[in-house]
Design a binder for this molecule. Structure first.
Ligand SMILES: [Ca+2]
Ligand SMILES: [Ca+2]
Ligand SMILES: [Ca+2]
Length: 454
């Protein structure tokens, strides 16, 4: 454990490390990024409203109608004083300029269809559009796919109709041990500045880098993930690989990837446990050959097979240069402008990561017992480990799992302190999500079958 002291020393670089406290006057992430719909559209009906004014078409139509009316009057009643001509009242909502409101779409978890019914109201001769957001849950046994609730009786019937890519490499973004001495900015560009302070935020990547002396290099952790069940990404609705304003992203866990013939199996565990839900979901666009996904969802599993730690990324962002394999099908995804790889980033809820660590403790750690068998290693409310006196060491027990050694030992609080949230998503002045960014590369692949399906 001497190495832990070493990290603290390493952190004392000559450059000033920017404060991670949220500026008192800064807008919260909730104010500046994303819509409320994307972050909280799971579950039952909800309605929010936004108001927009679209006057361009109505103005054109109105002008044309008015000109027509005046011309008609002038022609049919030349002798009448124009001051007395009657001009038909113009309805700015006819034709209805609000009908081009955002089309319906599936919610990010694919359990509901979200629509935006609109109404047009004339205010001072101008059309004002009011758009509601209505979330209609799909029936049991249905999934929302391609803008419709669709029966999917089992994962074996999940329609995989798009282009596939299989992950060949992942690593956490590494904000570098030392900032660039010239700029005092950290050098790794993965992946996203969530709070708008000018610095990339990747608290989880930083944490894994600092824990590398105990847990091993993060690239090695991900190598195990890729070897065991490489994430598959599917792009649906691609009409143009250079520029397409709307594409859909869905992901699964792959299995039995064969580089020689470029095929893969969709793993039996390639869906959310006990459901038909895909563990990756989102929408995006392709601009200049670069895929941009915002506000998606990703569930990933890190750690060795005997000790998985499940992590859910919310507000998933992807930036990747995508290239179709015209000959064999599928697409490759890589970094933009010489980056190490495609950027995949998101936010993990504070409680989710502590729950994941607790679950890991319950499932895999054997050398500690609590008086209360249901007591977790980490107190969620306090965000800290239960004190050592509440735990009873099991004599003679040997843990093979280094994460368990940390959870059980005196460094538990240190570990938990490293997994602290750094982003305030709801503007209440309290950090509630931990930023994460990872590099990844994917190659084109075709599906052989869905594992263990008739
Ligand atoms: Ca930042
Ligand atoms: Ca499209
Ligand atoms: Ca907060």
């Amino acid at each position: 454990m001497r190495v832990i002291i070493g990290w603290l020393v390493v952190a004392l670089a000559s450059c000033e490390i920017p404060s991670k406290e949220p500026p008192a006057d800064s807008a919260s992430l909730a104010d500046t990024a994303g819509s409320s719909e994307s972050t909280d559209s799971h579950g039952g009906d909800q309605i929010s409203e936004e108001t927009g004014v679209d006057t361009s078409s109505a103005e054109e139509d109105g002008d044309a109608t008015q000109a027509e009316t005046i011309a008609e009057d002038a022609t049919t009643d030349m002798m009448t004083d124009l001051d007395h001509a009657e001009v038909a009242p113009i309805d700015p909502c006819d034709p209805d300029p609000c009908l081009d409101a955002a089309a319906s779409h599936c919610d990010v978890y694919r359990t509901a269809l979200v629509s935006h019914p609109s109404t047009c109201t004339a205010v001072d001769g101008m059309p004002v559009c009011e758009r509601a957001q209505v979330s209609a849950p799909c029936e049991a046994g249905e999934l929302c796919l391609d803008r419709a609730c669709t029966p999917v009786a089992s994962r074996c019937e999940f329609p995989i109709v798009g282009q596939l890519a299989v992950t060949t490499w992942i690593d956490f973004g590494d904000q570098a041990l030392f900032p660039d001495p010239a700029t005092c900015e950290r050098e790794d560009a993965c992946c996203r500045d969530w709070d708008g302070d000018g610095f990339i935020d990747n608290a989880l990547g930083d944490t894994f880098r600092e824990l590398a002396t105990i847990l091993g290099p993060s690239a090695a952790i991900w190598e195990g993930v890729v070897a065991r069940g490489p994430p598959l990404l599917e792009l649906r609705g691609v009409d143009d690989w250079a520029d397409d304003p709307e594409v859909e992203l869905i992901g699964y866990a792959g299995s039995q990837y064969r580089p020689d013939d470029g095929t893969v199996v969709v793993g039996a565990d390639g869906f959310e446990p006990g459901t038909n839900l895909p563990p990756v979901s989102g929408w995006g666009r392709i601009e200049g050959g670069v895929l941009h996904v915002e506000d998606g969802y990703l569930r990933t599993v890190v750690g060795p097979p005997h000790a998985p730690v499940v992590m859910e990324y919310r507000q998933l962002h992807v930036e990747a240069r995508v290239t179709p394999d015209g000959e064999h099908g599928g697409f490759a995804a890589d970094g933009v402008a010489g980056a190490r790889g495609a950027k995949v980033s998101g936010l993990i809820a504070r409680d989710a990561i502590f729950t994941g660590l607790n679950q890991h403790g319950f499932d895999f750690c054997r050398c500690i017992s609590f008086d209360d068998v249901d007591e977790p290693f980490i107190d969620l409310a306090a965000g800290q480990c239960h004190p050592p006196e509440s735990r009873a060491p099991t004599d003679g027990c040997v843990e093979s799992d280094s994460l368990c050694e940390l959870l059980e030992g005196p460094f538990c609080d240190f570990l938990v302190a490293r997994f602290q949230p750094d982003i305030d998503t709801n503007g209440d002045g309290r950090f509630d999500a931990i930023s994460v960014g990872q590099w990844t590369t994917l190659v084109a692949v075709r599906m052989r079958e869905v594992e263990d399906c008739p």
